[in-house]
Design a protein around this ligand. Structure first.
Ligand code: HEM
Length: 345
């Protein structure tokens, strides 16, 4: 990004954010990065994208009921091929980790998640015995659930900031007053960046990445006056809950200030007002803290270091607005990814 800013070239934000989030998860899981030379992480990214696309198509067919069985037949080749390729890649990386651990006698530095799980896997006295398949499934979960979600949410935050220069400037002012002008913003600064946190919260309220969450009724029940028989698939519409005018003042308006209240009050409000971008209950997103940490530090760095502009109608790089339309599908991504200039300060 710095290179592109220096050359005054346009940045494809969706692509850059996806690379960044993939790098972060790859580093956590297996100490590798997603760059041109290191194809393992790049391969992970491609396989995750393939799985997401397939999962989206299958989910759509599933929700349409009778098409469920037909879709398994239509996508049978991909349903076999993608998991086989993921398994092959993960097996290779697991073997490399095992060999490295043997060489280091288990004392190597910089342990990643794979090293930690391998230790539990090899420990015959562990309280819970995990298998190789457990480990692989866990890594796939982390990649599928953790990369697109964080990248797309950051994308929405930047879109709203570009379209609301007053909010952008106020955020930059906050970063300057907390961090100063002589160093880069760090993770430890985040608790003091209240306006930043409010902006991210407000973005996730308006653009929840998973707008619907599925549940299956375990017994006959009534919801909102409707009879729901046992074992019915129910979709909970998080998007509508978070734009419900009964719960939120001017629900369609981007107003981060609504979250600038004391911590205690925010918790009370979130509870009462149905703030549910990460779902709720037992199956609530277990990655919410990680996601927020990543989104906060990414947005703060992008606002601290760069000026963001999308081309205007005359294509002159000034005063343009980002189109906020969402793509149709089970994930709420931007329909028109941002391509913009990012002059560095
Ligand atoms: C802004 C980013 C994210 C958003 C908006 C988000 C949202 C969600 C939502 C709405 C659910 C369904 C919850 C429910 O059914 O009640 C979910 C589930 C899940 N998320 Fe996230 N997520 C994000 C980031 C992450 C990250 C970074 C990870 C892990 C690295 C992660 C891992 C998971 C997993 C494993 C589940 C399934 C939980 C289960 O079924 O028990 N998510 N997420």
């Amino acid at each position: 990004m710095v290179e592109k800013a220096c050359k005054n070239e346009n940045v494809d934000l969706e692509n850059e954010l996806m690379k960044l989030m993939n790098n972060i998860i790859c580093r956590m899981v297996m100490s590798t990065r997603c760059s041109e030379e290191e194809d393992e992480a790049q391969r992970c990214k491609e396989l995750v994208e393939g799985s997401m696309e397939l999962a989206g198509k299958m989910a759509l067919a599933y929700f349409l009921g009778p098409l469920k069985k037909v879709s398994c037949w239509v996508f049978r080749k991909q349903l076999k091929e993608i998991p086989r390729q993921i398994d092959e890649l993960l097996e290779k990386i697991l073997k490399e980790h095992e060999e490295r651990a043997k060489r280091d006698g288990g004392e190597g530095e910089g342990k990643d998640l794979m090293d930690i799980l391998l230790k539990v896997y090899q420990d015959k006295d562990a309280e819970f015995q995990i298998s190789r398949n457990h480990m692989k499934a866990f890594f796939v979960d982390l990649f599928i659930a953790g990369t697109h979600t964080s990248a797309d949410s950051t994308h929405w935050v930047m879109a709203l900031l570009i379209n609301h220069p007053n909010v952008f400037n106020k955020l930059r002012g906050e970063i300057e007053s907390v961090v100063g002008k002589n160093r880069l913003v760090e993770e430890s600064d985040i608790p003091n960046l209240h306006y930043l946190q409010a902006i991210v919260k407000e973005t996730l309220r308006l653009y929840p990445l998973g707008p619907f969450i599925p549940r299956v009724s375990c017994e006959d029940c009534k919801i909102g006056g409707f009879d729901i028989p046992k074992e019915t698939l129910v979709l909970i519409n998080l998007y509508s809950i978070m734009r419900d005018p009964e719960l939120w003042d001017n629900p369609d308006e981007f107003k981060p200030e609504r979250f600038l209240v004391s911590h205690k009050e925010t918790n009370r409000q979130n509870h009462l007002l149905g703030y549910v971008p990460f779902g709720g209950g037992r199956r609530m997103c277990p990655g919410s803290h990680l996601a927020l940490t990543i989104i906060h530090i990414t947005v703060a760095s992008m606002v601290q270091c760069f000026d963001w502009k999308v081309p205007g109608e005359d294509g002159d790089g000034d005063g343009g607005k980002v189109n906020m339309e969402a793509k149709s599908g089970v994930i709420m991504s931007m329909a028109h990814p941002i391509v913009c200039s990012c002059g560095s300060l």
